[in-house]
Ligand binder design. Structure first.
Ligand SMILES: Nc1ncnc2c1ncn2[C@@H]1O[C@H](COP(=O)(O)OP(=O)(O)O)[C@@H](O)[C@H]1O
Ligand SMILES: [Mg+2]
Length: 337
């Protein structure tokens, strides 16, 4: 077996922004060649900052990173030649046509004449933009714009493609189409793809390996199945009618955790989650224990472990709630962005 150098290798990246904002606090990422790797995390976790450093658009305060075998700080030009980048916000010129955008990009990469035109036609065809090629990009749908963004990133046939939130803002149909396209790129062309996402389902579907990012570092890394498999048994979620104080929580942790086949007891607001070898079998005992403790239950559900459960286990908070908070944060900060 030959060992090939990873396509992306970042070690202990630290990055702070003015105003004492810690964007990265020791970020480690390794992506093997020819694989799809997902950086999954809520808004503000540090995903885009990581992509910016790996694509030479930002410098870390400390730490090292190599992409396609080149150090990002010492040989940024070699890195740039080897990579394609699809940024979180579109880089296409809205008043130019799809074809003009691709032609400009191809020229920037040194293509000329018939090879330039052939490559542009190939990409327009490939991304289902041939009919819209002569129209201004500002009239494109969200899905068409995103497909054009990916096409722009591929003009020079990169080895490694960075996709920063490739489907954020797309409607479900366009999102599914983009998923198929990304899977096709990875499969047919042997590209290495590093994508970032805040959609649990997207990471689950597309990435062979994922790293869950929280507060600027990786909290856990592995294949989606392995991460879910580490959480033994089922998740049982019980929504209480009222929040329980710290003393009550300690009592309930003991009472629920000592039931047979019940492993972990986690509180998150009014929600109590436990892991159980067999969720359905444990349910009567769980509800009985809560009743004896005088705690009223609004709803109870049993679920196979999901990436949301993985996140809760390693980040200590529920993904959906962190997302909701950070979206509020973005709205509040909207004026200064
Ligand atoms: N140019 C910047 N100036 C100041 N703070 C920034 C800048 N870019 C990002 N940040 C902050 O760094 C943190 C990480 O941001 P980012 O890498 O964009 O996260 P993500 O892509 O996961 O949403 C956030 O707290 C964000 O507000
Ligand atoms: Mg981002």
């Amino acid at each position: 077996m030959t060992t090939r150098a990873p396509a992306v290798e970042a070690r202990q990246l630290i990055k702070t922004y003015p105003g004492d904002v810690t964007a990265l606090s020791g970020m480690d990422v390794t992506v093997e060649q020819g694989t799809v790797f997902g950086l999954l995390g809520p808004n503000g976790a540090g995903k885009s900052t990581t992509v910016k450093i790996l694509t030479t658009l930002a410098r870390p305060d400390s730490g090292t990173a190599a992409v396609a075998g080149h150090d990002v700080l010492r040989h940024p030009d070699l890195v740039r030649r080897a990579i394609g980048v699809v940024a979180q916000s579109s880089g296409a010129d809205p008043v130019a046509t799809g074809r003009e955008n691709l032609q400009l990009q191809a020229r920037l990469h040194g293509l000329r004449g018939s090879s330039l035109n052939a490559r542009v036609d190939e990409l327009l065809e490939r991304f289902d933009l041939a009919d819209a090629a002569g129209r201004q990009v500002k009239g494109y749908s969200g899905g068409m714009r995103r497909r054009l963004d990916v096409a722009l990133g591929l003009v020079h046939r990169p080895e490694v493609l960075f996709l920063d939130e490739p489907t954020t803002g797309l409607d479900p149909e366009a999102r599914t189409a983009m998923w198929d396209e990304i899977a096709r790129l990875a499969g047919d062309e042997g590209l290495t793809i590093l994508l970032t996402t805040h959609h649990l389902e997207e990471a689950d579907r597309l990435a062979e390996r994922i790293a869950i990012v929280d507060r600027g570092r990786v909290v856990v890394e592995g294949t989606p199945d392995a991460l879910k498999g580490e959480l033994r048994g089922d998740a049982v979620h019980m929504e209480l009618r009222e929040t329980v104080g710290e003393a009550g929580r300690t009592l309930l942790r003991g009472a629920l955790g000592s039931l047979p086949g019940v492993h972990e007891v986690l509180f998150d607001g009014r929600r109590v989650s436990v892991r159980a070898d067999d969720g359905a079998a444990a349910m009567p005992a769980l509800l009985g224990a809560l009743e004896r403790a005088g705690v009223a239950v609004a709803t109870a559900t049993v679920a196979r472990p999901s990436l949301d459960d993985v996140y809760l286990r390693y980040a200590g908070r529920r993904y959906s709630e962190v997302e909701a908070e950070s979206v509020d944060g973005l709205v509040l900060a909207g004026g200064v962005r």
